[in-house]
Design a protein around this ligand. Structure first.
Ligand code: AQP
Length: 337
């Protein structure tokens, strides 16, 4: 029986964080034997908010090397750079013409990010790409007939929109897309900001103390975890509503040690926050040390370039067939092919 297909990517708006790792990358790696994985570095999404070109280039190069350093295997997963497969942008335009502006205006991420842009630099310039970004995301997914899309909690709304657009296209023009399901990890779907645990950990945060980047220096990682906001109760209990900071550290520990939340609570029973932070710190360091070593080994290697080329070629074969089918059904081709 054919394997089910999964499609996902991480945007290059900043440095890949522990949140991206736990909510996405870790799952990509664990699932690559079981599923036909299409994993891309989402560089087109990386320009939805203003970014210096050298920073962007650096983020892209780091993200690619990190994918492989974290364990994505080019012989198992199809790993590529989004803009190397131009069909993503092409399909995005066709879907844009079939998406209601109201649907996009409702997206929470758009509201959050546009207001953040306005308040951070007082600009009135909100790039349209910020509004359209979920349509590009729908294209990324529908282009490959994904069965499942592994996402953190924050992306659920975008998957629902992808399903609506796909269903609309199928009923308007004829069957062209598989309608995907979301795949959300049971634990770790929303790792929180270390300084403000009411928000999710984000790579584009202005405060570097609020996130752990996979490439952070180890001493810096320890310092960041030590200064993570908790509460004054000194009680290690999983209670996301009343104890978001402590619950976040418990979640991180549970995900990295692959043990249940209940077992983590039991392990830390009668212990204090200092011990919790030390143990979380040790777990994060154990994760990051081999990743950073592998990363240094492959960062400038020709091998990574080759893997990327192979991935793009394989993705392009699928994408090319799909875009032709879509063009035919929509009536864009001069002659029916
Ligand atoms: N804090 C998080 N906890 C769990 N999962 C997360 N993801 C992101 N942050 C967390 C998941 O990582 C995948 C890639 O996300 P993305 O880079 O495409 O965009 P994002 O969700 O907007 O991530 P960031 O880090 O917050 O980026 P910025 O700061 O640019 O907005 C997705 O599966 C996402 O759910």
């Amino acid at each position: 029986m054919d394997k089910k297909r999964m499609v996902s990517g991480i945007t290059t708006t900043g440095k890949i964080t522990l949140g991206n790792y736990i909510g996405a990358l870790k799952n990509f790696v664990e699932l690559q034997d079981e599923y036909d994985m299409y994993i891309f570095v989402a560089n087109l999404h990386g320009i939805t908010t203003p970014i210096e070109k050298e920073v962007l280039r650096q983020n892209i190069k780091q993200a690619i090397a990190l994918y492989f350093a974290c364990g994505l295997d080019p012989n198992k997963a199809t790993v590529f750079l989004q803009s190397d497969v131009s069909e993503h942008s092409e399909l995005s335009w066709i879907l844009t013409c079939n998406t209601n502006i109201g649907e996009l205006n409702r997206m929470t991420q758009f509201k959050d990010k546009s207001s953040k842009l306005k308040s951070s630099n007082g600009t009135e310039f909100i790039p349209s790409g910020l509004l359209m970004y979920p349509v590009l995301m729908a294209s990324d997914i529908l282009l490959y007939d994904a069965d499942l899309v592994p996402v953190g909690k924050d992306q659920k709304q975008h998957i629902e929109l992808t399903r609506s657009i796909g269903e609309r296209m199928n009923s308007k023009y004829g069957q062209m897309f598989k309608i995907p399901e979301e795949y959300t990890p049971k634990v770790g779907a929303k790792i929180l900001d270390l300084q403000d645990p009411t928000k999710k950990m984000s790579k584009s945060s202005d405060n570097p103390k609020s996130y752990i980047a996979l490439l952070d220096n180890i001493d810096e990682v320890k310092r960041k975890i030590k200064s993570a906001v908790t509460d004054s109760e000194n009680l290690i209990k999983f209670d996301p509503e009343n104890k978001p900071g402590v619950s976040n550290l418990i979640t991180i520990y549970s995900c990295l040690k692959n043990i249940s939340i209940e077992d983590v609570e039991e392990f830390f029973k009668e212990k204090d926050y200092g011990v919790l932070k030390d143990e979380v710190s040790a777990a994060v360091v154990d994760l990051l040390t081999p990743i950073q070593n592998k990363y240094k080994e492959i960062y400038n290697s020709k091998q990574v370039e080759e893997w990327l080329e192979i991935g793009a070629k394989k993705a392009k074969e699928k994408a090319f067939k799909k875009i032709n089918k879509v063009k035919n059904l929509v009536g864009l081709n001069y002659k029916k092919k």
